[in-house]
Structures are given as C-alpha cells and as structure tokens.
Design a protein around this ligand. Sequence first.
Ligand code: FE2
Length: 386
Amino acid sequence: MAFQFYSQTCPVTVGCGSISILGEEIKKRGLKKPLLVFDQGVKEAGIPDKVIKVLTDAGLSCACFDGVQADPSADVVDACGEKAIAEGADCLIGVGGGSSMDTAKATSIRTSGFEGDARKYVLQFPIKVETTTPVFLVPTTTGTGSECTAVAIISIPEKNVKWSVNVNTTLAVIDPELTVTLPQLYTATTGLDALAHATEGITANTSNVHATYMGLGAVRKITDHLLDCYNHPTDINARMEMSIAANWGGMAFNNPLTHVSHAMGDAFGCHFHTPHGLSCSLGLPDSLRLVAEVRKKDMRDIAEAMRIPLAGNETGKELGDLVAEKIFGMMHAMNMPSLKSLGYSREEVVALAKDVTENHLSTHCPVQITMETAEKLLGDVYDHYQ
Ligand SMILES: [Fe+2]
C-alpha cells in the first residue's frame, strides 16, 4: 500500500483588517525588534507604513530592509541578513509578493546562526534548514502562496538559475485590503501564477489528496474571481476570494511542488527577466495540455472546477484542449503580454530547452521532459499565445 505524505507550514490568519493583529502576535511570542523586508513597489504603495503603525501601536520598534528586488538574488539575501544582525532584529516580517517573503524566509537562515552566505544553503535540489528566527509573512499580491510554503526561491545570477531552500515559518497574516493597490498586470500575472500552483500541484507525479482538494478549491475561486479583481481592483470580496485562492494554491504545491510550467517560467525569468507570475503562466495552458492524457481524471476535475461545460465522454486530449483554451481566454481578457510581443523570437524561446530539462521541477512532471519534449513544448508556448 502506498502512503501519502503532506505537511502544513504555519498558522494562517485571514480577513479584512487582519494586519491589525500582527503587533500583538509578535509581542506575545516575547519578541521585541522585527525587521520589515520589502521592495520599492510595496514601499511606493504605502504598505510598510501601515505595518509600522500596527507595530508601533503595539509598543514595538522596528527596522526596515527595502532592498528586495524581483527574483531576489543570494546577494540580496546576504545584504538583508547583514541588516538584520546590525539592527539586532529578533524576528523578520516579509511584506509583499514572493520576492519579499522569500527574501525574509531565506534571511532567517543567517539570523538563526547558520554560518556562511546564502549560496551555501540555496541549492539546485533544496534542503531543509531548521531555522529558529520567527518569520511572519504578509502577502500583498494574490498569487505566490509563499506565506504558506516552506520554500524560498532565490536567484543565483552567475549561473542564470533559480534555486531554493526550505525553512520554518511562524505565522501568515493575509489581509485582502493590502492587495487593492496591486496594478492590473500584476493582478493578472500573480493570479494566473496561483492557477499554475494549483493545477501543477494537482497533476504533479508527486501529488496527494491534500494537494488535489486544496488545488481544486483554488481553481474554482480563481475562475470565479480573478477577472473581477482585474476589472474592479477595489472589489474587496473578489480580493478576499483571490487571497484565499492564492493561499490554497500555495498549499496545493507545498509538498508535490510544481512541474514543467514553472521549469519553463524559471528559464524565462532567468534569461528574459520577465516577472515570475508572467513567466510561469505563459506556459501553463500547453503544460496542462501535455499532461492531459496521463492525468485524465485530474484534468476532468480541473475542467469542472473551471466551470467548463462537459458532456462526460471527453478524451484526455479533449479535456486538455478545453482547459488550455479556457486559460488562454483569461489571458486575453486580461491583456497578458506574449513572449512575441515582449520582443523574443521563437528561436530564443526554444533554445531554453536544456534549462527546462535540467530544472529539478521537470522531474515532477508526469510526462518525461526530454530535450525533444521541451523543445516542442517551448515552441507551442510561443506559437499558441501571441
Ligand atoms: Fe509560481
């Protein structure tokens, strides 16, 4: 008998205005000096000021590291660690999208007393580091799910790769009110990143019952509410539903991990420097089409969760085509740019096949990702969405 394994990372508080509890949650753990970790976009949206007010109202002092960059490098993590130590911080708060939260998570290795810089721990095949510095995570996008996953994904620029490390986290505070200032493009791309997390978690060859049910719940919410968030950014009900969907998407892939859509996304991000959500969602329709025959039941469940009318006798291929076309429709409705419109040629895209085959995420795809498969898939991704 095959057993299934799944784990949870940390408690989650979700609700409008929930950021108000953060100061007391930190104080009741005996902590006194958080370091807020965020990027310039979050800063310009005024979100750190709201968090700082909550902390000061609770009688806490705090320091800030505002040097997070998209696809944060190991050097950014090391700089954040230096800041945390210099400030005497006893806990970390990642405020933002995946880049800010992953920087805070990876920084906790250094502040937990492990020696050496980030490159020693951020590896091609991630290891678990038993960190002890408390890490609080406050998402301001509705996509990454990083607030509920063990993994921190960090770029190693000299190798043109994104590698990762697994750490402990303490508490996620999901406040949908912090997401209403998210620009339309990022609402679209991070929302579709969440769809990729959910559907890849469901269809990975390492999937489990937890991933399936969390993932399908996320797929329903994304189908029902992502376009509302895009078209009506201050629709707080839609933002709440997408905040939950992103969190469930994160839980869906926490154990199985993602597969070939994210492997392609890593390659696009490393070579073209396209944002993570855009990078991963561009390849999602064709990735799901690729695995549809071998994951027919999952594909039927995903199609139903996406509210696609079904006759009941569809083949796996037909289900994959229906799901892919539904996602393409969402991408067009949200004016997602294509690789072609961003200025990349078909040859440049297909040339990333070796990166895709060497990415450990491809080993989680239920279809073997050979060079031939990767080249065809990348060509399809380029051709099918322009
Ligand atoms: Fe992702």
